[in-house]
Design a protein around this ligand. Sequence first.
Ligand SMILES: Nc1ncnc2c1ncn2[C@@H]1O[C@H](COP(=O)(O)OP(=O)(O)OP(=O)(O)O)[C@@H](O)[C@H]1O
Length: 275
Amino acid sequence: MTTTLDSPGPGGPDPAGPGAVTGTAVLRTRNLVCGHGRVPVVRGLDLDLDRGSVLAVLGPNGAGKTTLMTTLAGLLPRLGGEVLVEGQPLPNARPAATSRAGMVLVSDDRALFSGLSVRENLTIARRRGGPTVGEALEVFPALKRRLSVNAGALSGGEQQMLAVARALVQNPRILLVDEMSMGLAPVIVEELLPVVRRIADDTGAVVVLVEQHVHLALEVADRAIVLVHGDVTLSGDAAALARDPQQLEAAYLGTVEPAPAPGSPATGSAATGAA
Ligand SMILES: Nc1ncnc2c1ncn2[C@@H]1O[C@H](COP(=O)(O)OP(=O)(O)OP(=O)(O)O)[C@@H](O)[C@H]1O
């Protein structure tokens, strides 16, 4: 059961209905099934994400958000469906090929080399043709003073900045950010999340953002989906979702109204769960 909540905006409804092929999507999934072993966790997910757009993936614990991100990154084999980058299907469970296609994951454990300095962490990750270490640090000036400090000695907020800066030097076409706020004080999260928006705006990267701070995430995202037990229970324009906390709460609880009747497709959906 999927409900959509969209604000058509001044240009009228988004012509792309759920699952529509717009021809412009940088990241597209079709009937994507993710899971562990043979057990499906996320079922039948269709996404169409255009250049420079930010999608917030919301949902309660255990909904399948990390499973989705890990599968998109090619670290977990998908159980069904397709993932396409700029129209090119990605091979299944091939992280190197996925990375070459421009997909970069900032995982919730940050996965830094704790015994290496900030500079070393960035230098070894840098991809030729991508932003320089100096350019990446322009996004996080606070790290400039910490260049020779080992990653393991940084504060949680600094480690998260480094994890995102390390993703930036890989020149992502698609940036997957899994729970940036994990273990961070809300005041730090409020500083970090807008950076994600800036990255999408400045570099044109698609950003997929898993976040528990729902309202902060909706402030920086263009669109959002709510995943519950692996199904999309709500999808739509982030600003519209932010204005409707009751609908959001109902989606989290799995008690949303049924999706619009067949023949009246909801417009502008970033995502649907296949029926
Ligand atoms: N390695 C694993 N092997 C088997 N099942 C797993 C594994 N990791 C997660 N799961 C199961 O997959 C489901 C989705 O977990 P996932 O971590 O993707 O949810 P999540 O939405 O990211 O939750 P959270 O917000 O708590 O991080 C859960 O039922 C979880 O128990």
